[in-house]
Design a protein around this ligand. Structure first.
Ligand code: 8X3
Length: 252
């Protein structure tokens, strides 16, 4: 009997990462959940195991290269890596944005993805059929006012995906970039505004049905389960009420 294919998901403690873990577990993968918050991923792994899936949790900070390398030693063969860990900090104009925020966003979104991808690429290649998913954002594709360091970091992640795809063509690994627009999750906007829930709520005010974490997980699950020779290079997904990063219909 063939071994159950393994999927590693970073940032699996909440939002899109947790929803993706659920989706891929249901699709038949043994999911390995990673995030800094051990209690959360352990609870999700226990819930999935209870439901009859195969799931384990591993506390990991993707910006800690030594820890990432140590984690990667557990895998000789890996089917799927979902680089989801990342996020936004602040929505200040370029003129006044805090360089520390810019640095941290580059570190988590770009270097974090680079660390985990580099460390697991040998195992993905050894599987003979590997898939790397990079969760960027519509902020990776065009700028918006106040997007600042997040737009810059996500553009960096987009370039990482594009460059890697060019460099590893001919190997049995595909690179899929999923770029979501407005997604309402429990933490994204609240983290961006440093716990200011009022400001966070305004992001979604009057928007009829922003995407949910499950919507995005569904697109990831679809892309990952296409036949091996099909590479969904870039999948942009927005709510119907959002036509661009700056054109959102609000019923206010
Ligand atoms: C999230 C989309 O519009 O906040 O990646 O940049 S946005």
């Amino acid at each position: 009997m063939a071994a159950t294919p393994i999927a590693v998901i970073t940032g699996a403690s909440s939002g899109i990462g947790a929803a993706t873990a659920r989706t891929l577990a249901s699709a038949g993968f043994r999911v390995v959940l990673t995030a800094r918050r051990k209690d959360r991923i352990e609870a999700l792994a226990a819930e999935l195991t209870e439901a009859g899936h195969q799931a384990t949790a591993y506390a990991l900070d993707v910006t800690d290269r030594a820890a990432v390398d140590e984690f990667a030693t557990a895998f000789r063969s890996l089917a799927v890596l979902v680089n989801n860990a990342g996020g936004a900090l602040g929505a200040d104009p370029v003129a006044t944005g805090d360089p520390a925020d810019w640095r941290q966003m580059y570190e988590t979104n770009v270097i974090g993805t680079l660390n985990v991808t580099q460390a697991l690429l040998p195992a993905l290649t050894a599987s003979g059929d590997g898939t790397i998913v990079i969760l960027s954002s519509t902020a990776a594709l065009s700028a918006y006012e106040g997007g600042g360091g997040y737009v810059a970091a996500k553009h960096g992640e987009h370039v990482l995906a594009e460059t890697l795809r060019l460099e590893i063509v001919g190997t049995p690994v595909r690179v899929i970039e999923v770029a979501p627009g407005m997604v309402r999750t429990e933490e994204f906007a609240t983290t961006r505004f440093r716990g200011d829930t009022e400001k966070a709520a305004k992001v979604y005010a009057g928007v009829d049905a922003p995407l949910t974490a499950e919507d995005v997980a569904d697109t990831i699950g679809w892309a990952v389960t296409r036949p091996s020779h099909v590479n969904i290079d870039l999948l942009v997904v927005r709510p119907r009420a959002q036509a661009s990063n700056t054109k959102v219909h609000r019923t206010l």
